[in-house]
Ligand binder design. Sequence first.
Ligand code: ADP
Length: 597
Amino acid sequence: MPAEQRRGRAQETELWIARVRLLAVVFAVLEVGVLTQDYPSGYETVAWITTALFAVGAIVFFFVTREAFTPLIGLAALVFDAAVIAAFATLYSFEYGSPTSWALMFVVVEGALRYGVLGATGVSIALVPYLVFIEWWRSREFDGPGFLVDRVTFPFGVFLITGLIVGWLVNRLSREAVLADTRAAEAESLRDQLGRRVDLLEATNRCARALASSLEIDHAFGAFIRELRGLIDCDRVTIVLVEAGRAEVLAAAGRGTDTVFPAGSARPVRGSVLEDVLEGKLVYRPTMQADLYPEEQDLLALGLRSRVLAPLQVGPRTIGMLGFVRAEEDGFSTEEIELVSLLGRLVATAVQNIRAYEAERTTADELRRLSALRADFVSLVSHELRSPMAAVIGASRTLQARWRELTADQRQSFLALIGDETSRLADLIGDVLDTSRIEAGTFSFTFSDVDLGEVLRDVVAAADLAQDEVRVSAEVGGALPHVRGDRERLRQIVQNLVDNAVKYSPAGAEVRVSANSDDGWLRIAVADDGPGIPFDDQKIIFDKFGRATVEGGTKPGTGLGLFIARSIAEAHGGSLDVDSAPAHGSVFTLELPLGEV
Ligand code: ADP
């Protein structure tokens, strides 16, 4: 029991005794003034003086005890009461058999109340000399039998027995009081603990709600980190995702997040503490050391000393970590470490949900795009098929109906038209067939040593001859090293690039085809001064049916040529890319590895 509480209890007891003492004063006045007659001479005066002293003492003790309490006051009160009662008992011993000395029982009970069994025993023993004295005094001063030992032992025995009983009760009461106080304190601490747990649960709930508040990963984690402050107060918090051996900071808040591992930055996992975390372990670093994990150097420089890293676990896989950092050494309690681990699980689930949603959204977008492309393709192909077929049908019908009327030149030009349009149709059907073969994985190649310089010159010469609006020139410096590849397929790529460049160039412009080789690569570039391709479309044009939004209206086409061309380039271990900007023309570059493929 705390000292404060013990003093409060003792004061309460003392005050109660003081009140009883005041009542005893009234009782003494009655006894002295009304109920006792026939005093020997002078005795009544002494009795009144004793009563007056008793009254003064009782009042003083009452007020003193009300104000404050010290153990000394209790002892003084006990001695005072014993003295007053002894005085009365001595006074009234002139009456043989006076029961006044029995009032000493009050002192024994007081001793028991204040000091328990020990007090009661002590007071009883302390009263023995007085009992002897008063018996001697009575036998000497007044008539009656001589000194009777029994008149000493009997009251002593009664005092002791009564004192022991009351003392035992007092002892037991105080033990129970201590027990009750301990229980109350326990209940209070349990209530506090419960309160803290409820707060924790609410804060964890808020964090979980924040994570689920958005399907945008940045928003969700921004909101989560804001809520975290109510849950664990720390100097820095980071969420890191790991992919292909690199750790990318997804979100970070707190000290130094603008300079040290800011959100969006990435670094290799190798050598960092993440290697341990990725094994699914929760890592607690009570004191960071740069010689153990080099990344801790930067954190130490920020004045941070300890950190906890929880794995973000999705099934058996660890996809990243949630890290809390504090400025103090050994700054995390066991409960906080457990909480970080729980939060790690929450974050991992959220990341998984968001990723699943993103994958679903990407698939849905892709499906939508493909279905739109398919619809476009159907209308494109039907349009692309219909116009050459209409031309072929028209020309052949005219030739059939008006063969005799037409001059030889006219017949010649109708036949040329039929030839051109049918070869356009053949090209279109060829593209569609190539595409379906690429998709089915049955696109076949016949490899041999190919002199691409020759192929370039052929294609360029044919393209230049075939029309007279755009000049097509080749800049091939000397002999090019041979590549190993399928000659016809490689020609198809170059042909497609040159045809596109001519198709999209304005009249009077020039298309430049160049080739060079270094570092084991052969590079062929086809440059034009056409409308260029918007940046966003530059990826799409290599997709199946992908077509750019061209300024000044689209040209006829299916969007298959570049898809086929890139597939062929990649099958040769090479690549096909574009560098272009609207109104600045385009440069398509084909790169092929030299040597064995
Ligand atoms: P097609 O030319 O039949 O549409 P391609 O796959 O060859 O199909 O080209 C895809 C798209 O790329 C074209 O529709 C056009 O929008 C764009 N493109 C290709 N080459 C050029 C170029 N030289 N200049 C501008 N746009 C081009």
